[in-house]
Design a protein. Structure first.
Length: 319
């Protein structure tokens, strides 16, 4: 197996494990997102047995590679599948072997059940589609479940929620491997948001007060163009022509987090781009993203990313 460490000029091999009853949307996610960067990622489809694999959607897929492809993979992706169908013992063993060999293991939606059955998630926090959370808890009590997030990154093992959260996770992986600019390129080709704020709780059906149906997207877009300025709720509400209380309530209903949380995430994302793409001083970056001082940027950046702005810049300047 190749080392999961990135090597300049050598495409990173992503093996996508196609299980019986595979959800074709989930299967398409790594093909679309990683496929946007063919110089950086090589994608191989594999199955427990090469040949026809019946999809959850009722048609067959012809998969030419077997499980030995996992032994050559840097990253293994397990898309969602029909969890009423058993996973072949050989596939579970191949996942364990790939993990021992230090491949990165990724699940999309119900693909987490294969990782759990292989014993790779015992004692770890994982996520899946909110509708499958109770079943995962019943069948795999050793797995700690966070039902609210879009994805969880433990370094070598990563899990995502419902299908579109798989796009978020794959873009996160590209961002981790190659930086924000590469992730943004893949996001543009996929016509997807480079980074979504909030968790999957914002997509769970629940009773909410009726609103006028007018989206706050225009105000969010305006805010992104003015991140370097003070953006208190009263200013955002004024732009949206709403009272502060109504704006704050509707913002949480629509986005899933408070305006302050959303703004902080946007400012950290912009800081990453500035740190990667230029030689701005930390003070200048802090000013341009609206965090005021270098000290405030360092504190907020470290809390959000686990590293300092200087260390982040050094990491991505070397790549």
């Amino acid at each position: 197996m190749q080392s999961s460490t990135l090597t300049a000029g050598v495409p990173h091999t992503v093996a996508v494990l196609v299980l019986e009853g595979v959800v074709t949307f989930d299967l398409g996610v790594p093909l679309l997102v990683f496929g946007a960067l063919p110089d950086d990622y090589r994608i191989v489809l594999c199955a427990p047995e090469p040949g026809a694999v019946c999809s959850f959607d009722g048609f067959s897929l012809n998969v030419s590679h077997g499980l030995d492809a996992l032994a050559q993979a840097d990253t293994v992706v397990v898309p969602g599948y029909d969890i009423d169908k058993p996973v072949a013992a050989a596939a579970l063993e191949a996942l364990r072997k790939a993990h021992v060999d230090e491949a990165r293991i990724v699940s999309i939606c119900s693909g987490v059940f294969a990782l759990a059955e292989a014993g790779l998630l015992d004692g770890l926090t994982a996520t899946t589609h909110w509708r499958a959370v109770d079943r995962l808890a019943r069948h795999h009590p050793a797995v700690l479940i966070d039902p609210d997030v879009l994805y969880i990154d433990h370094g070598q093992i990563l899990t995502s929620a419902g299908a579109s959260a798989g796009i978020d996770l794959c873009l996160h992986i590209i961002r981790r491997d190659h930086g924000a600019a590469a992730a943004n390129t893949a996001a543009r080709l996929a016509v997807a948001a480079p980074h979504r704020t909030g968790g999957q709780s914002q997509y769970i059906k629940r009773s909410i007060p009726h609103t006028s149906g007018q989206s706050l997207a225009r105000t969010r877009e305006w805010a992104l163009a003015h991140l370097g300025e003070p953006l208190p709720v009263r200013r955002l509400a004024k732009h949206a022509v709403l009272s502060e209380r109504t704006f704050a309530r509707r913002f949480v209903e629509e986005v899933g987090v408070s305006p302050a949380q959303w703004l902080l995430t946007a400012r950290i994302d912009l800081a990453k781009q500035l740190l990667e793409s230029g030689d701005h001083s930390i003070d200048e970056v802090a000013r341009r993203v609206g965090l005021g001082t270098a000290a405030n940027l360092r504190a907020r950046f470290h809390k959000a990313t686990g590293t300092s702005p200087t260390a982040y810049r050094q990491t991505f300047t070397r790549r």
